[in-house]
Design a protein around this ligand. Sequence first.
Ligand SMILES: O=C(O)CCC(=O)C(=O)O
Ligand SMILES: [Fe+2]
Length: 318
Amino acid sequence: METFPVVNMEKLNGEERGATMEIIKDACENWGFFELVNHGISHELLDTVERLTKEHYRKCLEQKFKEMVASKGLEEAQSEINDADWESTFFLRHLPTSNVSEVPDLDDEYRKIMKEFAAQLEKLAEYLLDLLCENLGLEKGYLKKAFCGSKGPNFGTKVANYPPCPKPELFKGLRAHTDAGGLILLFQDDKVGGLQLYKDDKWVDVPPMNHSIVINLGDQLEVITNGKYKSVLHRVIAQTDGNRMSIASFYNPGDDAVIYPAPELLEKEKETNQVYPKFVFNDYMKLYAGLKFQAKEPRFEAMKAVETTANFGPIATA
Ligand SMILES: O=C(O)CCC(=O)C(=O)O
Ligand SMILES: [Fe+2]
């Protein structure tokens, strides 16, 4: 059986560079996911992020989560719940401007460490985008530029805890979806698992691995590569035991970045028909907000319809 792709980034600097680039290429084409080890972010920093995130959950969020469960009567559910997730979350924004100093209830040490962690993840994301360019035959910097817009990329972190769930057959930690954005960097709990991706008609576990960073590709990379790379469906299974920490950082296009298949890739494939649409990233996000847990194809179709209207100019209304 195929095993989940693991990329040892140290090997990119030695004689195994070619083989390592191949693993990344195969992962982007066939999995939409891969796991990084020796990525250059220190284990000490990761351990501190994990410790402070877990402390913060216990101090500030656990009780609130329990109260939410009680007030909604979730523990009494008798049938599968399709409109809620068994997760406790908060968001940090880093780019184009940081809100980390304003988010309530974080102590100074936690704020400082999350800023430092985000700065390192941002560098890692940009390095990875260039590796993807290399594999795609695009010039260095192409993807970073494609994400740029007038204010640079959007970069933010969703800090999640998936508390133990008494009825995991009725709830998902997070329902199945593809990610809307660009490149996602996930620091997940090294003991409590639950993340799965959909591959070849089966759900496959994304195994917890100490000090690794899981990467997955969002819808925008599928569009820019004209489907050469795919954003893949994933979900989080709720567990009866243990609290799962997951810190997902989203390196996304800027709001006004115009996203479309790279012309070079269209030429290379000798495709006459552009399969994927051209749109402003924020328009896609507005659509995604209501359709996150539905298939991505209708989202692409909807953006194509808008594009067609745009090409034909204003529609007569009277
Ligand atoms: O918690 C995880 O492992 C994944 C989270 C996720 O897929 C998301 O927030 O989009
Ligand atoms: Fe996701």
